[in-house]
Structures are given as structure tokens and as C-alpha cells.
Design a protein around this ligand. Structure first.
Ligand SMILES: CC(C)(COP(=O)(O)OP(=O)(O)OC[C@H]1O[C@@H](n2cnc3c(N)ncnc32)[C@H](O)[C@@H]1OP(=O)(O)O)[C@@H](O)C(=O)NCCC(=O)NCCS
Length: 200
């Protein structure tokens, strides 16, 4: 598992599969850069995603990830510069018979469209399946959000169907397509299942 303050372990995760980016859990010290990049990315994020754009919103946002067993916020950073290229969250982690997490993500405008998010998502898959030992990750995507669908398709996510009025986004309940990938689809089934999964 990636822990805040454990950059070496995070870099080891990054060393798997990507030479250009690494993952780092969000922390309070990221506030200024994060808020600045969110403000610079309004046109890219609207109407799909709304991220904290003030210090107060940022602090509340970071607190959502206090318990890494429930949710994790991973910054995608560029190896060469350390710049924040985007953010990928594993939300709503549920163990037991589900072993599932729900993905949320956004690129930041200055470095969008360079493949960093694709590489970051590759690292998140390894982290989620090999370290967290989850079984399934799901992304809920509005049908018109083609950039987001291309991102998950590139990693082999499967279209499972469309749920009407699934999430409240930009002032209304929006239909969302459900795209998911399992550990088996990614070729990352853990030999030692998470202890929270029943034996049978
Ligand atoms: C969805 C989103 C995160 C994708 O970010 P991105 O920066 O475009 O993703 P990538 O970094 O993987 O870039 C992919 C693009 O870069 C291009 N690219 C350039 N160099 C590349 C490289 N070396 N490797 C891979 N792709 C590269 C690809 O061709 C690809 O273009 P395409 O999508 O037109 O096929 C971004 O559009 C975003 O933040 N959207 C708003 C928030 C949002 O919708 N979140 C999801 C809600 S469900």
C-alpha cells in the first residue's frame, strides 16, 4: 500500500511499468500547487469534474482520504520535473465479497494530452490489484466524455452498461456508463487474496 510519507515505496510502484510518472498520495503540502492547477484547468474539467479550487475546499478534500482503507487520492507526477500531471482517486473501497474500488481522475491542463494520465492509470491498476489486492475497479463516465472513455479503453476496461441518473454532476443527476476492469482482465490476480475476502 502507498502511504503518505513513504516516497520510496511510492517510487517503487512507479518503477513498475512507467519511466515518466510516479504516484504520490496527496498531502496538505500539495495545496498551493493543486489549487493553482485546478484553477488553470477549469476549461478542461468542466462539465465533467469539479475539484477543490480554494485552500478551504482543498483541506476538506484531503480529509476525505484520511483512511486509506476507504479511499485513496494519488497524484500523478512527472519523473523529470516533479510536476503534478493529474490526480487519480480510488474511492469507495469495499472489501468482503466485492473487493471493489471506484475511480475518479482528472489531468491538469499544462501537461494534458501527453500520455501521463494513461501511464498514471497503469500504475494505479498495479497498485490497486497487486498491493491493495482489489478484485475490480470501476469508472463511471458520462456518455459524451470521450477523452475519459478513451483513457479506460486504452487499459482494457470493459463497458458494462449505462445507469440513468447515477451521479450528481454540474447541478443535475447525470446518466453514466459503467466501465470496469478486474484483476484477471489486467493479468494481475494476487496469489494471496486480501484477508477480507471470504474463502468461499
Ligand atoms: C480524461 C482525462 C483525464 C484524460 O487526460 P489526458 O491528459 O488526455 O490523458 P493522457 O495523458 O493519457 O493523454 C492521452 C492523449 O495524449 C496523447 N498522447 C500524446 N503523447 C502520448 C504518449 N506518449 N503516450 C500516450 N498517449 C499520448 C494520446 O494520443 C491521447 O490522445 P487521445 O485521447 O486523443 O487518443 C482528461 O481529459 C480530463 O482531465 N478530463 C476532465 C476530467 C474528467 O473527465 N475526468 C473523468 C470523469 S469520468
Amino acid at each position: 500500500m502507498i502511504h503518505e510519507g513513504d516516497p520510496e515505496e511510492t517510487r517503487q510502484t512507479a518503477a513498475i511499468g512507467s519511466s515518466r510518472v510516479f504516484l504520490r498520495p496527496i498531502s496538505g503540502g500539495d495545496q498551493d500547487e493543486f489549487v493553482r492547477l485546478v484553477r488553470a484547468s477549469v476549461d478542461l474539467h468542466h462539465p465533467w469534474m469539479s475539484l477543490p479550487a480554494t485552500p478551504e475546499e482543498f483541506q476538506a478534500y484531503v480529509r476525505r482520504f484520511d483512511d486509506p482503507e476507504s479511499a485513496q487520492c494519488l497524484l500523478v507526477r512527472v519523473q523529470d520535473t516533479g510536476a503534478m500531471a493529474g490526480v487519480i482517486n480510488i474511492n469507495s473501497i469495499i472489501r468482503g465479497r466485492f473487493q471493489n474500488g471506484s475511480l475518479g481522475y482528472a489531468a491538469f491542463a499544462p501537461t494534458a494530452g501527453r500520455g501521463y494520465m494513461s501511464e498514471g492509470l497503469g500504475l494505479v491498476l498495479r497498485h490497486a490489484f497487486e498491493r491493495l489486492r482489489l478484485h475490480r475497479l470501476e469508472a463511471q463516465i458520462q456518455p459524451e466524455n470521450h477523452a475519459s472513455k478513451r483513457l479506460v479503453q486504452r487499459h482494457g476496461f470493459r463497458y458494462e452498461g449505462c445507469s440513468p441518473d447515477l451521479l450528481f454532476i454540474d447541478g443535475a443527476w447525470r446518466d453514466h456508463e459503467r466501465w470496469a476492469i478486474t484483476d484477471a482482465m489486467a493479468g494481475m490476480v494476487s496469489a494471496d487474496p486480501h484477508p477480507g475476502r471470504p474463502v468461499r
